[in-house]
Design a protein around this ligand. Sequence first.
Ligand code: SAM
Length: 200
Amino acid sequence: MNPSSSSLLYDLPTILERMVLAQLFPRPQPLEVELGCGDASFLIAYARQNPGRNFIGVERLLGRIQKLDKKGRRGGLANTRGVRIESAYFLEFLLPPRSATALHVYFPDPWPKKKHRRHRLIGERFPALARQALARGGAVFLRTDDADYFQQMNEVFDAAKEFERTETPAELAEITTDFEREFNLQGIPTLRAAFRVLNF
Ligand SMILES: C[S@@+](CC[C@H](N)C(=O)[O-])C[C@H]1O[C@@H](n2cnc3c(N)ncnc32)[C@H](O)[C@@H]1O
């Protein structure tokens, strides 16, 4: 695949079987996934810094994931692909189990109204989906501006016995997302948490 000419968006051949990662990437390397990658400004910068890893950005909006394609091709990235699909479905049914070393979920839609909170991605089911996706020692990295959602994120992971708290590495925290830059410019700080899979 020549990344400067081929689309970096992966057209799922089926949504009924798991992906074969060798079909997405030229090299088998540790895999990291960003769920709800938006305009992919975080993912592209991170992928550029880490050529020895593979990256998948998951996003449901076409206009946004097309930005991943455009930026990634401009940067000649062979280690980055975008998949247009719903994040929980991607984790549950498409990503091979135990295949990711990291999941990044940054500024997921907060669904602030109480009656809409069931739509939040990081709810009671999420730790089990993350556990299925993560390889030994893998971690989930979370960021949000929303204090209520942050509390929920911490509660669901603290209740999940398969995870323990860990730190976000400084070099990862330094790479900001599109929404994060906007919030920070308005004086709204980033709330950050990270959880590592415990090995049983
Ligand atoms: C608030 S934006 C944050 C985008 C990016 N992470 C950032 O920080 O700049 C949330 C993004 O997640 C996408 N999204 C929301 N729910 C999703 C879902 N269930 N599956 C896939 N993408 C989703 C939205 O389309 C949007 O691009």
